[in-house]
Design a protein. Structure first.
Lengths: 352, 352
């Protein structure tokens, strides 16, 4: 089995490949030939630590795609806190593992034999799979003539939103907002050059949202940044976190979800058992919203008119990590990248 | 980080250590200082395979115990089928990974830094943690003067039931039943010698259950083997699978559960989303049964009278793998066992 690094993956994986793999995976899902084990988060407060609301968090999600011959587990083992920055509560990690690191892994297993195929950190794929899914949402939900994009956030996730939306639509301008002027200027310059698109750093959320065809929130804010007045006719809006306010959500003609079910959070300290997560607005009715995979497979209509308002709310699915992870594995393996360790270290013959 | 083998673990871990670690872990859980992420099973049918109801199954459970400094993930990646043997449907694995292997791993992570500490196959610990938990159930629920034990099953799980029940009570006789005469005879001889206890192979479930103080089912049968007529005054009964019939369950004065919640199964093929598992009888009311950790912590009374009928139904908890896994890791590390790989292979510095 192969151990890959983020550098290995960044060197072989492209946004086109990610989007194609995901499109195929969603069609498998819509046909009942691929399945997700939803995200589960488990956490314990660490009251001894000095940071605000420090917790140890363990998360898992998984997906199985027999067509690709893989199952993927995506897990993370992190210490987190909730600092207040720019007046808003943020969810941030503490980098305490060796080399000022943190732990998020994609583990790929064969559906033909069960054996582990590859383990890899999730950083690069995490950014690319979110970008790729939002790019597919734009492909199926945004107006065909969409040319101007507003982008909230200038972090790791945001850069892949640019690449992916460009695959879906011919963009002439991206307006990026981040509360840190240095970050947004740097982003506009660097990502604009990298993706060969005009990116303009703007000074407010309102400016980023004004006169855009596509509005994407890719922040770590735990607050509804996108308000109803930003929702104009014909716009397509998508959000990584809970950035769309309830009033804004209510204006959607078509609100597409990534999943039919919410996930569970096991809050240690409050009580040892789980509670259903409220992911996004409490008004989101999981199980009643159309699903992205059904839209992509043509089982549910996407946008039907230019003046419709469409929205997409995605939370992560294990299937994404299976689809994109196996591409990274195949491409890296073909190039001889990564470290090999004996597969037998992770298998057993005991009949338990 | 360390990669351990089943042999490494079998060489260092004893039942006493397992039971002590679990007793401590359950007290942490009862005090709200340890938490479980319940088991989730996800599967896809593999209609091309020749075996009866062949499926690829991916399972996870996790637990966090800050007192021990660890979180554990227990996952398995297996191909399974449902053969009919001795007239009963069995859940069995296919051994298709390299070296006729299968994949079940315990992954230990630090709650202080998030980093991976050790990965190890789950076979030995799987047997020992089930045995240890059932041994603790016997310690807190069986009559103090229990001396005769009936045991259904002669497989991997069954041998650890003998060792663990012996830690809890002074046994003078164990009657073992398995439908295969060779298996039960072999078990009686081998495990009897190993555990220095008299084990008698018997020819029926009824014989195994007659005049016993403790009755344990550790089979892979998916059928209610323990019937109401076997439930005598003062008995303690525990079951790994669904071996206690509804009528037998109804005779319990005290039915203790391992967990307050059922888990989810994601059945690929039938529909892409999950359904709550019915683990054990449909009559089991999760959330209303007293819990083993509360009994051990003294928050809920165990057996109060000699003629009471007590029962324990356990399904696996991530916490068990954290508690027992960390002991295996510490003991193996102290002896210099296992393979070291660079921790940095599984960490990352990207701020995603």
């Amino acid at each position: 089995m192969l151990i890959l690094s983020n550098e290995d993956i960044a060197g072989v994986l492209t946004m086109d490949v990610c989007m194609e793999a995901l499109e195929d995976a969603y069609k498998e899902q819509a046909a009942g030939r691929a399945v997700n084990q939803l995200r589960y988060d488990t956490n314990m407060p660490l009251p001894e630590r000095p940071e605000r609301e420090a917790r140890y968090e363990f998360k898992t999600m998984a997906g199985i795609i027999p067509k690709f011959g893989v199952a993927a587990l995506r897990m993370s083992s992190t210490l987190n806190h909730r600092p207040i920055r720019y007046g808003v509560e943020r969810a941030e990690r503490l980098y305490l593992a060796p080399g000022e690191g943190t732990v998020g892994l994609i583990q790929l297993y064969s559906t033909e034999t069960g054996e582990p195929l590859a383990f890899m950190p999730d950083g690069v794929i995490q950014g690319m799979r979110v970008g790729a899914t939002f790019g597919l949402a734009a492909k199926y939900l945004a107006r065909k003539d969409s040319a101007v994009m507003g982008l909230l956030g200038s972090g790791w996730q945001a850069r892949f939103q640019v690449a992916a939306t460009q695959v879906a639509r011919k963009l002439s301008l991206i307006k990026v907002y981040s509360p840190n002027p240095e970050h947004r200027e740097h982003f506009a310059h660097e990502v604009g050059e990298e993706c060969r698109v005009r990116i303009q750093a703007v000074e407010s959320i309102e400016e980023a949202a004004r006169d855009v065809d596509i509005l994407v929130a890719a922040t770590n804010a735990r607050a509804p940044l996108i308000t109803a007045d930003m929702v104009k006719k014909g716009i397509h809006i998508s959000a990584v976190q809970n950035e769309i306010s309830d009033e804004a959500l209510a204006k959607a003609h078509l609100l597409v979800s990534h999943t039919e079910q919410n996930y569970w959070i096991y809050n240690g300290g409050k009580g040892q058992y789980g509670e259903a997560a409220v992911h996004g607005s409490q008004k989101l009715q999981y199980g009643k919203m159309p699903l992205l995979d059904d839209v992509i497979a043509g089982k549910v209509a996407g946008r039907t008119k230019d003046d419709e308002i469409t929205m997409f709310r995605g939370h992560g699915l294990g299937l994404q990590f299976a689809a994109v992870g196996v591409k990274a594995y195949e491409l890296a393996k073909a190039k001889g990248l990564g470290h090999e360790i004996p597969t037998e270290w992770f298998t057993q013959t005991l009949h338990t």
